[in-house]
Design a protein around this ligand. Structure first.
Ligand code: C2O
Ligand code: CU
Length: 463
């Protein structure tokens, strides 16, 4: 359906976003903005032919390569980025997991106008949390993300422990044919199930990359699954590791890694204790039964530093979710399949089908007159999101702008983790506690992008 390459014709007709002037306030001043220019180029993904039509953010940063850069911010310090749109259709940037001003959230029509081809948009915010986050467009999302526009966003805290090395991994697939060129981004019959999988799996745009790391050292590995579909079961072969943060949030007590389920949108921070002997290779594996795969490897180099995982200090904590459950208002959110077709044609919005719904309403797409919010929340109040998945598929449900805390599940033991994304399994009911502490319209959607764009989207209004 909507195809990036055929968007040129429409581009000229958009004008310059007339009608939005003055509607969207600007945030506080910050330092020199980082330029993030969305461009189309070719890139070597498979090692066969160069892939045409790859999208990336070209950055005004030292050492920036072909893929979107891993941005490094500091907690509590203003950050500014200028998005320059040099592709031939509108785009925006959403800062996934950032609790920032609604006007900076990057959702067309709900929080900002389209950024038209040739235009710029200034994003400014001060990250309140440290951790591993990421950024991506929120317009024609399946194609734009699928073609490359996903990058890591790392927020450092000066109080964080220092490790012997750090490796950041952006895990994602590409839908490429045997000739290394893009094939159709999705199949409707798969969008109505678990989603359409990529054909080439990469970490940092490389197939099975190998990273050197100090022998016997403690390495912080930051992992973000930025794929549009794939859920990972990650395991480490050849070394011990601790899980120190999930979805950007430090865990209260570091846990030994057995395996970890990481779904689209989610992050995992590990501390890996590298083997002592030089040349030993440790493998990060996806052990999901249907498609096991080595994702990346780490190779010990140098004389052993002889560190111990017992000495890993805790990460600096993020502000907690101060939920007062005794006064909480419950909000039912039922995730279901739907037969009702609500899809409207819009530039950023829909794939043209409705397969999924929240509270029986399929989202029609991002349009000038979005449907009403799922719920209206009072600023400062505590809510319990009562999520129920009545579909036979898992859904990584993501909330913008605020964190929730997992309270209980009907089907499994859950930790009281703070997060922005929860992978709800088939037939599961889960309660998420939320303090409505950030005013605005906050999108709430499945991060399997085909599900998001075929109905499983809504938003909460906080005022
Ligand atoms: Cu990464 Cu609307 O999401
Ligand atoms: Cu889903």
């Amino acid at each position: 359906r909507r195809n990036l390459l055929k968007a040129t014709a429409v581009a000229g007709a958009y004008g310059a976003g007339v009608g939005f002037a003055g509607r969207f306030g600007s945030a506080q001043a910050a330092g020199d903005p980082t330029l993030l220019e969305a461009v189309m180029r070719e890139a070597a993904i498979t090692g066969n032919a160069a892939t045409q039509g790859v999208l990336t953010y070209q950055a005004s940063l030292p050492g920036a390569g072909v893929m979107p850069p891993a941005l490094r911010l500091k907690r509590g310090e203003p950050f500014a980025a200028q998005l320059k749109n040099s592709i031939d259709e509108p785009t925006t940037i959403h800062w996934h997991g950032m609790r920032i001003d609604n006007a900076m959230d990057g959702v067309p029509f709900l929080t900002q106008p389209y950024v038209y081809p040739g235009d710029t948009f200034d994003y400014r915010f001060t990250p309140p949390d440290a951790g591993t986050f990421w950024y991506h467009p929120h317009c024609n999302t399946l194609t734009q993300m699928g073609h490359g526009l996903t990058g890591l966003l790392i927020v450092e805290d000066p109080k964080d422990p220092v490790f012997d090395a750090e490796i950041a991994l952006n895990l994602r697939d590409w839908r490429l044919g045997g000739n290394g060129q893009f094939i159709e981004q999705f199949k409707a019959r798969d969008a109505a199930k678990a989603g359409t999988y990529g054909t080439v799996r990469t970490a940092n745009w490389q197939v099975e990359p190998v990273y050197d790391a100090p022998a016997g050292g403690l390495v912080r590995v930051r992992i973000a699954v930025t794929d549009v579909t794939r859920i990972y079961n990650l395991q480490l072969e050849g070394a011990d590791a601790l899980i120190v943060a999930i979805d950007g949030q430090p865990v209260p007590v570091a846990m030994p890694l057995d395996f970890a389920v990481v779904s689209p949108g989610q992050r995992l921070d590990l501390v890996v204790r590298m083997p002592d002997s030089e040349g030993t290779v440790v493998q990060l594996e996806d052990i999901r039964p249907s498609t096991p795969k080595t994702v990346a490897s780490f190779r010990s180099i140098g004389a052993s530093l002889r560190r111990s995982l017992d000495d890993v200090p805790p990460l600096a904590p993020n502000p907690p979710v101060e939920a007062d459950l005794s006064s909480a208002t419950e909000i039912p959110l039922v995730l279901s399949a739907t037969a009702e077709n609500a899809a409207k044609d819009s530039i950023c919005g829909s794939l043209g089908y409705s397969f999924w719904a929240i509270n029986k309403k399929p989202w029609p797409g991002d349009t000038e007159d979005p449907t009403a919010p799922i719920a209206e929340l009072k600023l400062g109040q505590t809510y319990l999101l009562n999520l129920e998945n009545v579909t036979p598929h898992a859904h990584p449900i993501h909330l913008h702008g605020m964190n929730f805390q997992v309270v209980s599940s009907s089907t499994r033991q859950v930790l009281p983790l703070v997060s922005d994304t929860y992978l709800i399994l088939p037939d599961e009911k889960v309660q998420l506690a939320l303090v409505a502490d950030n005013p605005g319209d906050w999108v709430f959607h499945c991060h399997i992008i085909e599900h998001q764009k075929t109905g499983m989207t809504g938003y909460l209004r906080v005022a």
